[in-house]
Design a protein around this ligand. Sequence first.
Ligand code: PGA
Length: 262
Amino acid sequence: MSGVWPRWPRLVAGNWKMHKTAAEAAGLARELVELLRARPACEVALCPPFPALEAVHGELRDTTVHLGGQNMHWEPQGAFTGEVSGGMLRAVGCRFVIVGHSERRHGLGEDDVMVARKCRAALRDDLTPIVCVGETLEERDGDRMAEVLVRQTQAAFDGFDSVTASTVVVAYEPVWAIGTGRVATPEQAREAHRVIRATLDRVVGAGVGNRVAILYGGSVNADNAAALFAEEELDGALVGGASLQAATFWKIAAAAAHPAAV
Ligand code: PGA
């Protein structure tokens, strides 16, 4: 088991999406490792594209920075062209895997059932899943934010006991905030995180919601990170665009290290 992931210290994960060749990714990882020597008091993970995992892993050896994949299939192996398994990610040094990112849910047709399978398979394969949940703008405007978060959270955690639930990390990523420059306010993030925690209490057991780490993702950058992290509900961040520059990502990690209230 990859074990319980605590809420503190915070986790700042860089989702590099479909950016960087292996050589470019290794260069960015090298720059980051250098900056992170003045180690912020938070956990850091980098999630490069599959072909760059090995090269980035080489740069992260002997550091405390974690490696993560951006997706995986739920089967351990087989005839699934274009897919990779959790075991393969683990073998290349991954600790984390992002599952159910909205770019896969909405762009590639991943549904709650597939996300739930991936979450379970990640745990089976000794990876810590970062399960993404979040509403679209249409759903928010239609007052359906809570309904969507409850449905997605429930599907991902259904049947888990409280210990298993604490080995999963959740990322609240409102779809309208991803890559748009339109960040959620700390109050909006807090409200959503509380909906997720209340759902965990109901689906898994009382008190579980308070033990599960919930990251915020969606247009986090060096300028808004401090205000977001002043909100104690945020146990970290999943950072897309702003993770592609070492200095910017480092500033976000430094902001995450400030204890808001813990
Ligand atoms: P963004 O992406 O920071 O570029 O908005 C976040 C994400 O998709 O994880």
